[in-house]
Design a protein around this ligand. Structure first.
Ligand code: ZN
Length: 275
């Protein structure tokens, strides 16, 4: 699943292609997307048709495509597991699993393609009224500071891994970057979140380093993820623990371990991340 660095990379790639372009029409496949919800085509048309696209932004793992110039309306996209946004000539055949297409003045289409349909596209009118965004915690690159993180950690008995995965606590992290951040901070993933409170500043520094490294290398491609140009990201080679079970830790030489909790893998170094 794309996490913050992958979504940021896609938003940055789309922005120059979409900015200033007017939406002429909206097409939908009629298939239901995430949670078997229908796409609100009437709502998407109402908010986009006849208006120009402004900024393309990221909040957590969401992409916000500003339309109409008021800064709070447009199209809200979540890529789910396999969602992609592509800008292609309207005359090019739509790929299989294309579910929404915005026809742009000048002859291109912005297309949402999603084979597994865990993603979704919906109108933001306004974005601030969207329940998905209202539940979102602070963005670790732009809105979170160490004092706020320490306050949020206070008294939390759940593991630090589940705390960081919870989008209501911190927006944008998933399995890969949580593993990388906890390794960088030297914190065991199963440690009670509340007990890491005194290390909030180091933890935030580690989270940012993991995310910024991911952005600098245009995201982590394990299987499906590609950027807005269809290119694979280069961060997989730079991962320190994720996907490296059995390999020696680059810091201490101990074998990196993998645990499975609730069907999800957790990678950590038993030497550097003691409980
Ligand atoms: Zn180690």
């Amino acid at each position: 699943m794309p996490e913050l660095p992958e979504v940021e990379t896609i938003a940055r790639g789309l922005a120059p292609r979409l900015r200033g372009r007017r939406v002429e029409s909206v097409w939908g496949s009629g298939q239901r997307l995430h949670l078997r919800r229908k796409v609100d085509l009437a709502g998407l048309r109402a908010v986009t048709v006849g208006h120009a696209i402004g900024a393309v932004r990221r909040l957590g793992k969401f992409i916000l495509i500003d339309v109409g110039g008021d800064g709070d309306s447009g199209v809200l996209v979540h890529l789910g597991m396999t969602g992609r946004l592509r800008v292609e000539a309207a005359t090019a055949p739509r790929a299989p699993h294309t579910h929404v297409a915005f026809r742009l003045a000048g002859g291109d289409e912005l297309r949402f393609v999603d084979p597994r349909r865990f993603g979704w596209v919906q109108p933001g009118r306004p974005f601030t009224a969207s329940p998905a965004l209202a539940r979102l915690g602070p963005d670790p690159l732009t809105a979170l500071d160490a004092a706020a993180l320490a306050a949020a950690l206070t008294g939390v008995r759940a593991s630090i891994k589940s705390f960081l995965m919870d989008q209501r606590r911190v927006a944008g992290l998933g399995n890969i970057y949580v593993a990388e951040a906890l390794f960088r901070a030297g914190i065991h993933p199963a440690a009670a979140a509340g007990r890491t409170r005194g290390r909030a500043a180091e933890l935030l520094t580690a989270i940012r380093a993991a995310l910024e490294g991911g952005i600098a290398r245009r995201g982590t491609t394990l299987r499906d993820y590609v950027d807005a140009d269809g290119r694979r990201g280069e961060n997989a080679q730079a991962l320190l623990v994720y996907g490296r079970a059995g390999e020696p830790c680059g810091r201490c030489g101990a074998r990196i371990k993998r645990r499975v909790d609730g069907g999800r893998s957790t990678f950590f170094c038993p030497g550097c991340q003691r409980r």
